[in-house]
Design a protein around this ligand. Structure first.
Ligand SMILES: Nc1nc(=O)c2c([nH]1)NC[C@@H]1CN(c3ccc(C(=O)N[C@@H](CCC(=O)O)C(=O)O)cc3)C=[N+]21
Length: 294
């Protein structure tokens, strides 16, 4: 058996085409969404992600405003940049690219973001709203922005008709941007998955993964999830991105958390690259467009 590939590039393109139409309508009403990015330091991976986000904005027809600070920037400099983004009327939503350099308190910086401009859904107010909203159908007012990777994962599963209600999802990794908010999102009413949230101290990871209808791996350990761990037909979504040097070619390449042999056992596979990464970016643009929509 060979898994159906969950194609994040094609799915993200479809979402961006829908967003481009919404943006054209907004512009007719004089509303111009704009994404700001704040990048501190010169990590090449972070640079390439930020560049991708600006390309997506151009594709959808929204402005993007890029703020880059050197690796030597102080926490005070970062605070000033965040205050400027909060005040800039051209920036209707923005992100602080993580990780920040050592010595800068990430959580303290996230708290400084204006929650109304929080395109990543990582301000404590918006994370709090994610916790508070068990049933989105019964909540009133503007929905809080969702963290982009969890939202992208759910959107991908929806568009491929992978059932979630009552299904057992095993998440590998408890990080701020993926595992923890994803567990909250998947257990909402209307989605209704059952979630096991595993991490580096989980006693028997293999045994947990074997029980899963859906496995979502977001830890950054190349090849951690083995084919023998996967229930035949299960959906496997790879969210890990590690840069490794290929033993044969000597070139740097991307490796996910999922061993390639999983493709022979799984029913669905979201690969790296070309899976959840592009979906994350599409849902970021969606958050910006949503925030600008009256
Ligand atoms: N505040 C904040 N928000 C984030 O959403 C955020 C962040 N910080 N820090 C880092 C992670 C990582 N992340 C990715 C987004 C897209 C791809 C992506 O498009 N990946 C392509 C390939 C990219 C490549 O070739 O390097 C793919 O998987 O096909 C990857 C990684 C967002 N993150």
């Amino acid at each position: 058996m060979t898994a159906v590939v969950l194609d994040g590039v094609a799915t993200a393109s479809a979402i961006k085409a829908e967003l481009a139409q919404r943006v054209a309508e907004l512009k007719k009403q004089g509303i111009h969404p704009g994404l700001g990015t704040l990048l501190v330091g010169d990590d090449p991976a972070s640079r390439s992600y930020v560049a991708g986000k600006h390309r997506d904005c151009a594709e959808v027809g929204i402005e993007s405003i890029r703020v880059d600070l050197p690796a030597t920037a102080s926490e005070h400099d970062v605070r000033d940049a965040i205050a400027a983004l909060n005040a800039d009327p051209l920036v209707t939503g923005y992100i602080v690219q993580l990780p920040l350099p050592n010595g800068i308190d990430e959580n303290a910086m996230l708290e400084l973001i204006d929650p109304a401009k929080d395109a990543d859904g990582l301000h404590p107010t918006n994370l709090g709203r994610l916790v508070l909203t068990v049933d989105p159908a019964s909540s009133t007012g503007r929905p809080a922005p969702l963290p982009c990777t969890p939202a992208g994962i759910v959107e991908m599963l929806r568009r491929y008709d992978v059932p979630l209600s009552g299904q057992h999802v095993v998440i590998v990794g408890r990080g701020l941007t993926v595992g923890r908010p994803l567990g909250l999102l998947l257990t909402r009413k209307g989605i209704d998955a059952t979630v096991t949230l595993t991490h580096s101290r989980t006693r028997d990871l293999e045994a947990e993964v074997r029980r899963a209808d859906i496995v979502i791996a977001a830890v950054g350990v190349p090849g951690l999830i083995k084919a023998e761990w996967i229930k035949p037909g299960a959906a496997v979504l790879d969210v890990g991105i590690s840069r490794v040097v290929d033993a044969e070619t000597g070139k740097a390449r991307l490796r996910g958390d999922v061993d390639p042999g999983v493709a022979d056992v799984a029913g669905f596979l979201s690969p790296v690259p070309g899976g959840v990464g592009p979906m994350t970016r599409a849902l970021l643009v969606q958050n910006v467009v949503d925030a600008a929509t009256p």
